[in-house]
Design a protein around this ligand. Sequence first.
Ligand code: PLP
Length: 391
Amino acid sequence: MSKRKDLRPDTNLVAAGRRPEWTSGIVNPPVFRASTILFDSVAEMQAAEPPQDGTLHYGRNGTPTTWALQEAITELEPGAALTRLYPSGAAAVAGALLSVLSAGDELLMVDSAYGPTRGLCDTVLKRYGVTTHYYDPMIGAGIADLIGEKTRAIFLESPGTHTFEVQDIPTICAAAQAQGVATLIDNTWATPLYLPAIGLGVDLSILACTKYIGGHADVMLGSVTATEGFAQRLERTRRMLGQSAGPDDAWLALRGLRTLSVRLARHQESALKIAHWLEQQPKVARVLHPALPSCPGHEFFSRDFKGATGLFAFVLAGGDAAARNALIDRLDLFGIGWSWGGYESLAVPGGFTRTATTPDFEGPLVRLHIGLEDPDDLIEDLERALADYPG
Ligand SMILES: Cc1ncc(COP(=O)(O)O)c(C=O)c1O
C-alpha cells in the first residue's frame, strides 16, 4: 500500500503491512500454513539463505501472513527496524530479554512488572547467571545511580501491572543510552498507537498481541519490535530458540489490528466514565488509572501517551479479600478470568509482588477491564455489587 511516511496514525493502521506482491490483490493476506517450502533447484534453495522476510524459506521463518503483521506493527513504531512474532506475550518478553542478556549480566527490572515477567527473572534468568535488581517505577533520573558495570538492560512496563504507575520513559532511556545499556518496554497496555515507545528512546518494544491487537479474546500471540541496533540479535535469538507464531493466530491479530483505533477510543471513553464514577463512590478508597491526576506518574502519562485504554484498578475502602471476592462474584456483566484487551469486560482480584517498593495504598484491589458494552450498564452492575459491600 502507500509508502508515504507522513500518514497519520489511523491511516497508517489501515495501510501498514499491506503489500500487493504478497497477496495478489486480496485485501487481507490469506492464512499460509507451511512447514516445507519447495524450491526448483538446490541453487534456488541456497539462494534463499539467510532467511529474509519476503522470501519463502521454511515455515518457521514466516510466510506472507506473518510478514504482513510484523511489517504492520513495525510501521506503527516510528524509528523501528523490525518486528518478530512469538507464540504468546510471555514468550515475547523472554525472547526480547534473552536477545540482550548473557551469563554474568545484571538486569534492572521495574518492581511493578507483570508477575510472569518477574517469574522469568527469578527462575530461568537466575539459573543462567543473570542477576535481576528490581527498581522503583517512579525512579526517573535516579536510574543512573543503579546502573553498574555489569548492567546490560533496563526493563520498563508502563503503566505497571495492577498498580498503574506511569514511568518517565525518556529520562530512563536517556540514562541507559548514556551508559550503553539496552532498554526494553512491555507496551501492551498502550500499544504503539497510544505510546510509540521506540520514538521515546526504547530499544525493544514488546506487546502481548493477545490483548488489544487481537482484541477478541481468541488468540495467544506476542511481538517484539526493535531498532536497527537491536534487530539482528533479536532475530538471531528468535531463530536459535526456535520461536515462531502460527499463521492462524497472526491472521487473527492482523484482522484485529485494523480496528485497533476505533476499539481503543471506545475502551478509553467507557473506562474513563466508569473510573470517574468509581471515584465518587464512598466504598471506593482510590481509583488507579493513568489518566487521573491522582495516579503516580500522571504527568508522564499526559506528556507521552496519546490516550488511555480500558484497563485500570480500584481500591476498596475497608473490607477484606473475601468481601472483595464476593463483590466480584456479584458482578453480572463482568467476566472473571485472566487476560484483558478483548471486547468484553472483566473483573479480577488485584494482587502483586513487590520487593523494592510498597505502593501507597492499602485495601482490597479490584482490576477491571472495560469492554465495548454500554458503560451505563456496567456502572449499574458495579453499583448493585457495591451496594452489598461491607466497607
Ligand atoms: C502486561 C502484560 N504483559 C504480558 C502478558 C503476557 O501475555 P500472554 O498472556 O500473551 O503470554 C500479559 C498477560 O496478561 C500482560 O498483562
